[in-house]
Design a protein. Structure first.
Length: 674
């Protein structure tokens, strides 16, 4: 399930009876922009802006408003709710929304409709009887202008066109179009014929009517030869208000509902329901406890199979709007998304589904690059060991005490007299089969020796990484929130100390203090969790400083962003601003460093295991170097390269998934957005 937050964008020319606020038109626009930015940060899927040309609705130009929102957001899709195409010039619509499509990086969906406000029709020289024909004609022309060049056209509601090509061309090919209506079958028919999406208000107690409406759309979709998986539907959820219990939510929302009915828009539209409770019972409104709202959303989804539901927080005070959206995003959205998954807008950078194939190529390229690095490390390790003085025979026996003929025969048996490339090919082939050779010291296969030692090293690396990340992030945040104060100075000194001191020296200090002097912890061995404490601290302490400095600088940058100022101005508790919003964004640059540092700690464990006399890969390779056990050294170095490269690849791919800017930089491929 996807969620669309929208606003009617009323001018609000009278005080809000629930909050006492009287907003100017400029303040109203600013609140809409702030609301969209917050929705982007919270992970809400889409934001919609409506359009009217009469009354108190002040958003007569959705492309301008949505372009401004696009400049302040990175992920959220932008939708018109709705574009009143029946009264607009298709040439200007094609130009304006193609421009918005480019500015947003392909995050635009266009929702079209005839418009429910008949008072605006005379402004555009239309009558009620003409409006549906006007919509059909103008949409057909809009499609041609977006998909064709040199368009020649004649119609009833616009002057003719002769070989016209509009610019710019849409960024997406094509832009997704939604047809909005209630339950009129002709709307579903049009959407199905063109292969477009369908959106319905789905209001009223007769669910069977709307269920039949969506079923008709899907049947006609397949009739026109479209892939059934591409049919997308949405419904209007209406007002959002959550409380611990449904009764409390109804009681707290009652004044807001009454206020809405007394606004100019509410008085004009009227209400067919006898009070708030009937409104909740008859519509997919989102008023109640989190669990009740979850059940309602999933219940409507079971009936309609919708991919999208919209929500509205108009009329609430700033702090209450933020609180409601925060709670919805944390308590309702994750549950519904897991229970009712949809492919709509999936695999898309900032909603750009055309990047799906490019993302596959991106991942495949990273995997191939990792394989090339691993293969190159294998060749490099073998070559270095081959160039070192002596060979396997020198490691096995004292060649000065054997006849040269026997030495030559042994080298022949081991294949050491063959050309270098032949030896290399044989070794690479063996490694690909899992044969790393035999240890000269023990006579055992190398790979089982490595696999036996690896768990102890992995445990040390993971605990060392935990120390580095935990202390690094905590100290970095503390330093940023106490900038230029004593705590900040202390953290920066500790960070500098950690970066400057080698891990083996820190390990020796820890042994002297905590093992020899205080006797609190053991200084060697691998029996029990106590033996992990000192090695983990020694291994991770150096990385604490790096992570702390990185998080501090990143947090300071994020805390100066406009969205943080907006959240504070809305009255959000500082704890939520700091840890739910600022920290989450500040950690993005640290993801790569933390991942690479974890890989480096794997190499650092070699030294630490020697200092603390722990079994593991470090001890294994140290003993192998002492005894000139070349097969073991080659195997350990190669396996370490594999692990390091694997962690690098995972970090690379995870960062591209986290940071939408990287996904937006991928090459585009033609096709409908996801």
């Amino acid at each position: 399930m996807k969620f669309l937050l929208f606003s009617a964008i009323n001018g609000i020319d009278e005080p809000n009876r629930g909050t006492g606020e009287r907003l100017t038109q400029q303040q109203r626009f600013r609140r809409i922009v702030d609301e969209a930015v917050l929705a982007d940060k919270l992970g809400i899927d889409a934001y919609g802006a409506g359009e009217r040309h009469t009354g108190s609705v002040i958003n007569s130009s959705p492309p301008v408003l949505l372009s401004h929102i696009a400049a302040l957001t990175t992920r959220i899709r932008l939708i018109t709710t709705v574009t009143v195409l029946s009264v607009l010039d298709p040439v200007r619509v094609a130009e304006d929304y193609a421009t918005l499509d480019h500015l947003s990086g392909g995050r635009l969906d266009l929702m079209i409709g005839k418009g429910g406000d008949v008072e605006q029709l005379p402004i555009f020289d239309l009558t009620v009887d003409q409006v549906r024909d006007s919509l059909a004609e103008r949409y057909d022309l809009l499609r041609r202008l977006w998909t064709e060049e040199q368009v020649t056209w004649r119609g009833r509601f616009r002057t003719p066109l002769d070989r016209v090509t509009v610019q710019p061309r849409p960024y997406q090919q094509p832009i997704r179009v939604w047809h909005a209506g209630s339950s009129r079958l002709s709307t579903a028919e049009t959407a199905a014929r063109y292969g477009d999406a369908l959106f319905s208000t789905a209001g009223g107690p007769n669910r069977q009517q709307y269920r039949a409406y969506f079923e008709h759309y899907r049947e006609r979709w397949q009739f026109y030869g479209h892939d059934p998986r591409g049919a997308s539907t949405g419904i209007s959820g209406g007002f959002l208000y959550l409380a611990d219990t449904t009764e409390r939510a109804i009681k707290q929302f009652e004044p807001h509902y009454a206020n809405y009915l007394n606004t100019s828009v509410g008085r004009k539209n009227g209400s067919p329901y006898d009070g708030l409770r009937e409104y909740i019972a008859s519509t997919p409104s989102l008023i109640g406890s989190p669990q009740d709202v979850i059940d309602r959303i999933l219940g409507y989804h079971a009936d309609y199979g919708n991919d999208v539901i919209n929500l509205l927080v108009d009329g609430l005070a700033l702090a209450e709007q933020s609180e409601q959206l925060e709670r919805f995003a944390t308590e309702v959205m994750p549950v519904v998304k897991k229970a009712a998954p949809t492919g709509l807008w999936e695999g898309a950078a900032n909603g750009c589904g055309e990047h799906g194939p490019a993302m596959v190529r991106f991942v495949a390229g990273r995997v191939l690059a990792a394989f090339a690095v691993v293969l190159g490390s294998l060749v490099l390790v073998f070559t270095i060991m081959h160039l070192l003085p002596g060979d396997l025979v020198d490691s096995l026996i004292d060649v000065t005490r054997m006849p040269p003929a026997e030495v030559a025969q042994l080298r022949h048996q081991l294949g050491l007299d063959r050309p270098f490339l032949v030896q290399l090919a044989g070794y690479v082939g063996g490694v690909l089969r899992g044969d790393f050779g035999t240890s000269l010291a023990t006579g055992q296969p190398v790979l089982p020796l490595i696999l036996h030692s690896f768990p102890a090293t992995l445990a040390l690396t993971l605990t060392g990484s935990l120390v580095a990340v935990t202390f690094g992030v905590v100290l970095g945040v503390a330093s940023a929130t106490h900038r230029n104060r004593s705590l900040d100075l202390v953290v920066r000194i500790v960070a500098l100390f950690g970066v400057s001191m080698p891990s083996f020296w820190i390990g020796i200090l820890l042994i002297i203090v905590f093992a020899n002097i205080l006797g609190w912890l053991p200084s060697m061995g691998a029996d029990g969790w106590q033996t992990l404490v000192l090695p983990s601290l020694a291994l991770g302490f150096g990385s604490v400083g790096v992570i702390a400095r990185l998080v501090r600088n990143s947090m300071l940058d994020v805390l100066g962003e406009p969205f943080v100022v907006t959240l504070r101005a809305k009255g959000l508790p500082e704890r939520l601003v700091m840890y739910r919003h600022a920290l989450r964004n500040a950690l993005l640059p640290a993801v790569t460093v933390i991942g690479l540092m974890s890989a480096e700690l794997l190499g650092g464990s070699v030294v630490i295991e020697t200092v603390f006399a722990r079994p593991g890969i470090g001890r294994l390779v140290a003993d192998a170097l002492t005894t000139r056990d070349i097969p073991v050294v080659q195997g350990v170095v190669f396996c370490s390269a594999v692990v390091y490269t694997g962690i690098n690849m995972i970090v690379d791919l995870s960062y591209s998934a986290i940071d939408p800017r990287l996904r937006r930089s991928l090459p585009r491929a033609a096709g409908r957005p996801g």
